[in-house]
Design a protein around this ligand. Structure first.
Ligand code: F6R
Length: 609
C-alpha cells in the first residue's frame, strides 16, 4: 500500500515534518522508510529498511537540510524490503527523485527499453522506471520544463500511482500526480503539503484539497496548481475544511478499521488483479508439475484455501487438499515428501501453526509455495516462490480484505493452470477473466447498495442465540467464513455446514425463528440448494439468503435477502458473496455494543501454537 508525503515550506526544515507525517502514515506500510530534501541545488537522501523509529535511530531523519522534501513509508510489493528497494528512487544522475504508492504494471517493458538506452537500475522496484523515464524525456527534449517532462512520462505509465517528485532542475517545487492511489493536499500559512492521506498533515492543518485521478499538481511553498494530465488544462479547486479528529482521520472517517477495510475491497481487489504475470506463471508452473498439493492455512486463510480447492479442481482439474495448519503435522507430517507441494496461505506470514507446518514439510524436502500479505515475513523467507496479496496492511483483527485478495490470487492461479493444462475452453477462460476484472466494480456496488439493508437485518436478528450458515459447493467456504466473522466479533455461537450435510445431524437444532443464512449464487448447486432452504423453512427457520439480483426462486422463500449483481460465475462467487457476510458480522457486533476491531481473546497475528 505505502504512504507518501511531501512538503514545501516558506521557511524552516522540511525533514522533521516529513518524518512526523510519515509516522502517521505508518499504518499504510512500515517495512522501509526514506526522505529526500533539496538544499542549495543539491538533493539529500536518507533511507533504509525497517520501521521509521528503527531507521531514525541510525540515520537521524530530522537532520537533513532544505525546506522542500518528500518521504515514503513502504509496504513492499516489487522487491524485498531492503535498503536498495526503499524509496525515494533516483535517475542515473541523482537529480530527479521520486516516491510512489501504487503499481506500475508495464514497468518490465519500460525498464528493458531504458536499459537499452544505457540507464542503470539499482533496485528491483517498479518505481525506479519513473525517474529514469523523466531523465530520458529531458535528455531527448532539453527545452522541456520539468512539469512537461513529468506529464510525458505519466502518459507512458500503466497502472496505479500517487507520486511526489523533486528535482534540482526546478528546486522550488514538488510535482505530484494521481491515478487510482490516493493523494490529497494540505495547506496552511507555513506551506503546502501532499500526502496519501489526511492524517499525515492533520496536526498542522485541516484545510485539504482532494486530488482526482488523472490530475497532476505543481506545489510550491506559496501555492498549488492542479492540471489534467491528459491535456495540461488547469483545474480550479478550493480547499475544504476537515472536521475529523485525529483518531477518526487514521480511519479515514470510518468508526472502525474493520468497516474501513470492508470498504477498501474494490481497491484492494483492483490491486491484486494487477498481479505481475511472471509470479503467476512461476507459481502455476510449480503447481502444474506437482504430484500432490496441500493448501495449508489457519482461520480465514484456511477458508480461502477451501474455496481455492474448488477453483483448482473445476478449472485446472488439479486435486488439492486444504488442511488446517495446526493439523498438518499430525495428519500428513509422515507422508509428506519430495513429491509434495505445499501452498501455504497466511495474511501475516507469521502464524505459528502455518510456519510449523511449512517447516516440517520443508525438512522433508517438499516444495514450499506461499501467498502472504506481508513481504519479508517468515513465510516468504522459507518459500521457494511467494506471491504478495497486495491488500495493504490489515489492522482490524477480523480478516476481510485479505480474504478476498487471497481468493482473487488463487482464482488467477487456477485460470493460469487451466490454460496450461488445456482442460477448459478458451471461451470459458476468456469469460472468467472478464468476470474477474469486473469484481472490483461488483464489490463496490454491493457495499453501496446493500449496506443499509444489512444494517436492518443485523438489528432484527441481533438477539438470536445461534446462527446457521449453509452453502453448497464452493459456497460452503463462503458460509464457513461468514460464520467465523459473526462468531469472532459478535460472540454469537454459529454453525456452518455444507447445506447437504445439515440434514445428517445439525438440522435437529432448528426450531421456530432459528436464523439460517444461505449463500446462494446461481451455480450448479442452485436447484439442490432451493430444496435445502425448503427443508429449513418447513421447520420454522428464518431464511436470510445472499442471492443473485432478481433470483425469484429464492426471493419467494426467503424472509430476508441481500442481492449481489448478476452473472458472477459460481467459481468466483466467494469473492463478492462474502461481502454481505462481513457487513452482517460487523453490524451485529455494533448492535450488541462490541468493538469489532478488538474482539476479546484474539490477536491479529497468532504466533503461538
Ligand atoms: C479471522 C482471522 C483469523 C486468521 C488466522 C490466520 O478473521 O483473522 O482466523 O485468518 O489467525 O492468520 P494468517 O492469515 O495471518 O495466517
Amino acid at each position: 500500500m505505502c504512504g507518501i508525503f511531501g512538503c514545501a515550506l516558506k521557511e524552516g526544515k522540511a525533514a522533521p515534518l516529513i518524518h512526523s507525517s510519515l509516522k502517521r502514515l505508518e499504518y499504510r506500510g512500515y517495512d522501509s522508510v526514506g526522505i529526500a530534501t533539496i538544499s542549495d541545488g543539491k538533493i539529500f537522501v536518507k533511507k533504509d529498511s525497517g520501521k521509521i523509529d528503527e531507521v531514525d535511530k541510525i540515520v537521524n531523519l530530522d537532520d537533513m537540510p532544505g525546506s522542500i522534501g518528500i518521504g515514503h513509508t513502504r509496504w513492499a510489493t516489487h522487491g524485498a524490503p531492503l535498503k536498495v528497494n526503499s524509496h525515494p528512487h533516483a535517475d542515473c544522475t541523482g537529480e530527479i527523485v521520486v516516491v510512489h504508492n501504487g503499481i506500475i504494471e508495464n514497468f518490465m517493458e519500460l525498464k528493458n527499453e531504458l536499459q537499452n538506452l544505457d540507464h542503470t537500475f539499482v533496485s528491483k522496484t517498479d518505481t525506479e522506471v519513473i525517474p529514469h523515464l523523466i531523465e530520458q524525456v529531458l535528455k531527448e527534449n532539453p527545452n522541456l520544463t520539468l512539469v512537461d517532462a513529468v506529464i510525458a512520462t505519466l502518459k507512458r505509465l500503466e497502472g496505479s500511482y500517487a507520486l511526489a517528485i523533486i528535482s534540482t532542475k526546478e528546486p522550488d517545487k514538488i510535482i505530484c500526480a494521481r491515478n487510482e492511489s490516493p493523494l490529497v493536499l494540505g495547506i496552511n500559512r507555513k506551506g503546502v503539503f501532499c500526502a496519501s492521506d489526511i492524517p499525515a498533515f492533520l496536526p498542522v492543518t485541516n484545510k485539504a484539497v482532494m486530488i482526482n485521478n488523472g490530475e497532476l499538481v505543481i506545489l510550491t511553498a506559496q501555492d498549488y496548481e492542479i492540471r489534467k494530465i491528459q491535456d495540461s488544462s488547469l483545474v480550479t479547486r478550493e480547499p475544504i475544511t476537515i472536521e475529523w479528529t485525529a483518531e477518526m482521520a487514521v480511519k479515514q472517517g470510518y468508526p472502525h478499521f474493520m468497516i474501513k477495510e470492508i470498504h477498501e475491497q474494490p481497491e484492494t481487489l483492483r490491486n491484486t488483479l494487477r498481479m505481475q504475470e511472471h509470479y503467476l506463471e512461476l507459481m502455476s508452473t510449480f503447481l502444474d508439475r506437482a504430484n500432490e498439493v496441500f493448501l495449508v492455512a489457519c482461520g480465514t486463510s484456511y477458508h480461502a484455501c477451501l474455496a481455492a480447492s474448488y477453483m483448482f479442481s473445476k478449472l485446472a482439474f488439479l486435486p488439492t487438499y486444504p488442511v488446517y495448519a495446526s493439523e498438518f503435522i499430525e495428519q500428513h507430517g509422515k507422508s509428506v515428501s519430495i513429491d509434495s507441494t505445499i501452498l501455504a496461505v497466511s495474511q501475516s506470514g507469521e502464524t505459528a501453526d502455518t510456519i510449523a507446518a511449512v517447516t516440517c514439510a520443508q525438512q522433508r524436502a517438499a516444495t514450499i509455495l506461499s501467498l502472504t500479505n506481508v513481504i519479508g515475513s517468515s513465510l516468504t523467507r522459507i518459500s521457494r516462490v511467494y506471491i504478495g496479496t497486495q491488500a495493504g496492511p490489515e489492522i482490524g483483527v477480523a480478516a476481510t480484505k485479505t480474504f478476498t485478495s487471497q481468493l482473487s490470487v488463487m482464482a488467477q492461479l487456477a485460470l493460469r493452470l487451466a490454460k496450461k493444462r488445456g482442460k477448459v475452453s478458451q471461451d470459458e477462460i476468456d469469460s472468467l477473466e472478464a468476470n474477474l476484472e469486473k469484481l472490483p466494480e461488483i464489490a463496490d456496488t454491493i457495499v453501496k447498495t446493500q449496506e443499509e439493508k444489512v444494517k436492518k437485518i443485523a438489528k432484527k436478528y441481533k438477539d438470536s442465540k445461534v446462527f446457521f450458515f449453509l452453502g453448497r459447493g464452493i459456497s460452503t467456504a463462503t458460509a464457513f467464513e461468514g460464520r467465523l466473522k459473526l462468531m469472532e466479533i459478535a460472540y454469537i455461537p454459529s454453525i456452518a455446514f455444507p447445506a447437504g450435510e445439515s440434514k445428517h445431524g445439525p438440522i435437529s437444532l432448528v426450531e421456530d425463528g432459528f436464523p439460517v443464512v444461505f449463500v446462494c449464487p446461481k451455480d450448479d448447486c442452485h436447484k439442490t440448494l432451493v430444496g435445502n432452504i425448503m427443508e429449513m423453512k418447513a421447520r420454522g427457520a428464518q431464511i436470510i439468503a445472499i442471492i443473485e439480483e432478481g433470483d425469484m426462486d429464492i426471493k419467494s422463500l426467503a424472509d430476508e435477502f441481500i442481492e449481489v449483481p448478476k452473472g458472477i460465475p459460481g467459481v468466483l462467487s466467494p469473492i463478492p458473496y462474502v461481502l454481505p457476510l462481513q457487513l452482517l458480522a460487523y453490524y451485529v457486533a455494533l448492535e450488541k455494543g462490541f468493538n469489532p476491531d478488538m474482539p476479546r481473546n484474539l490477536a491479529k497475528c497468532v504466533t503461538v501454537k
